[in-house]
Design a protein around this ligand. Structure first.
Ligand SMILES: C[S@@+](CC[C@H](N)C(=O)[O-])C[C@H]1O[C@@H](n2cnc3c(N)ncnc32)[C@H](O)[C@@H]1O
Length: 402
């Protein structure tokens, strides 16, 4: 885009500011010219999330501004830059359709005997138009989510963006999604929210009983979004698995470099930072599942996107470290997920105090590993005998006292 003096990034649905923080940190540390011209706007519907986002982004105060409103109702004037979202349109309210006795039906809610009930009835015109326009197949026994707001949202973005890209990460497919998503909407969210709502994932009525207290989601059909964007002059550079977009931009090499760097680490902090940077990697790369991404561009040549030849060898080869147990050397996999669980306790245990390794049996689970500097030892105390002999054979004194 010829290095504009001001580059706008608009993120809709800021969550706990993980994406924005990572974006700003990366720009600041690795692309200083880009960072200088960067203006970041977060569009957030949840009033109480904005102060949390502001706190998380306090180091980037001068770079970020907020708009409190709904992504599919906000208007921005005209934009040059990037509109980005991660897990946004799946949170929009959807209509739900199915076929009953060869007729398309839409789900409505009503009140009977003072209770919410759901009823299937004739679809409204906008829903039928969507189904017809985008050739959505509605089948007996399958509930298809119809995300009219996502369409509205993409239309408004398509009109607002003069030049640049729309990058969307969310759960879905480039097709009807009902087959993968029974029922059409599901509940997720923090377990305490669910507990408060006393809701199980399949208890769809929880949302009626505890409005605002359950996290409702529906898979996205990215195909209508691509069609509408194309009508508005966008090219689709990519619509597919997140896994593939990551491979296209060289994640395999990045990963190899990171894992290689493990052997040069000298502190637990570096190990936990590596673990953090790999979080979610396994799910996205191996399961692939519904992790989808879409990148639409307008008025910029597709050649500005520099794809690399994807490296097919992207399996995460975790570092192995040698460990001695009762005189036998074993290769032990460093399990990043388990390190995560220990993270809160690392300060208590390291460095060694007076030659005694302080371990807290009730807090530690996991396998045997050495620290990268080869001196410290972290152990699975669900197997105290092995722990004791491994500690002693490493020349440390075993103590089960905190
Ligand atoms: C899963 S979080 C996003 C996480 C964040 N993008 C990240 O990657 O760190 C979803 C966010 O979308 C927001 N949201 C949901 N519906 C919205 C809407 N209609 N307009 C704007 N934000 C919305 C929620 O309040 C929440 O902040």
């Amino acid at each position: 885009m010829n290095k504009p003096s001001s580059f706008q990034v608009i993120e809709q649905g800021g969550g706990l500011a993980s994406l924005s923080h990572a974006f700003l940190e990366l720009a600041e540390n690795h692309y200083p010219d880009f960072y200088d011209s960067l203006n970041y706007t977060i569009v957030e519907l949840g009033d109480d999330l904005i102060p949390l986002q502001q706190n998380r982004l306090r180091d980037y105060n001068s770079k970020v501004k907020w708009i409190n409103g709904s992504a599919y109702e906000s208007s921005f004037g005209s934009i040059e830059g990037l509109i980005i979202s991660n897990e946004l349109p799946d949170a929009f309210p959807v209509e739900r359709c199915t076929k009953i006795e060869s007729k398309i039906k839409q789900k409505y809610v009503a009140i009977e005997d003072n209770m919410w009930v759901e009823v299937w009835d004739t679809p409204d015109d906008e829903v039928l138009k969507y189904i017809g326009d985008f050739n959505i197949s509605i089948e007996e026994g399958v509930e298809e989510p119809i995300n009219l707001h996502a369409l509205r949202w993409m239309k408004s973005l398509g009109v607002a963006l003069n030049k640049g890209g729309i990058l969307t990460f969310d759960y879905g497919k480039k097709a009807d999604v009902g087959h993968w998503n029974r029922p059409a909407v599901q509940f997720y969210g923090k377990s305490d929210e669910r507990r408060a709502a006393n809701a199980k994932d399949d208890d769809l009525f929880a949302a009626y009983r505890y409005p605002g207290n359950v996290d409702i989601t529906a898979l996205i059909n990215f195909s209508p979004l691509e069609t509408i964007a194309s009508e508005l002059g966008f090219d689709s550079v990519f619509t597919g698995y997140q896994k593939d977009i990551l491979l296209n931009i060289g994640i395999a090499q990045l990963l190899k470099d990171k894992v290689d760097s493990f052997h040069r680490f000298t502190s637990w902090q570096e190990v936990t930072e590596l673990e953090k940077s790999l979080q979610g990697y396994e799910d996205i790369m191996y399961l692939a599942g519904h992790y989808f991404a879409q990148f639409l561009i307008k008025d910029i040549p597709t050649s500005v996107i520099q794809w690399e030849q994807p490296d097919k060898d992207y399996r995460l080869i975790l570092p192995k470290v040698p460990i001695q147990i009762d005189g036998l050397y074993e290769e032990v996999l460093v399990d990043m997920k388990k390190i995560k669980k220990w993270e809160n306790h690392l300060d208590l245990k390291f460095p060694l105090q007076n030659g005694i390794l302080m371990l807290f049996p009730d807090q530690i689970v996991g396998s045997l590993i050495y620290s990268p500097d080869g001196k410290n030892l972290l152990l699975d105390l669900s197997k105290p005998d092995i722990a004791k002999s491994a500690i002693e054979s490493a020349g440390y004194q075993y103590s089960s006292e905190a």
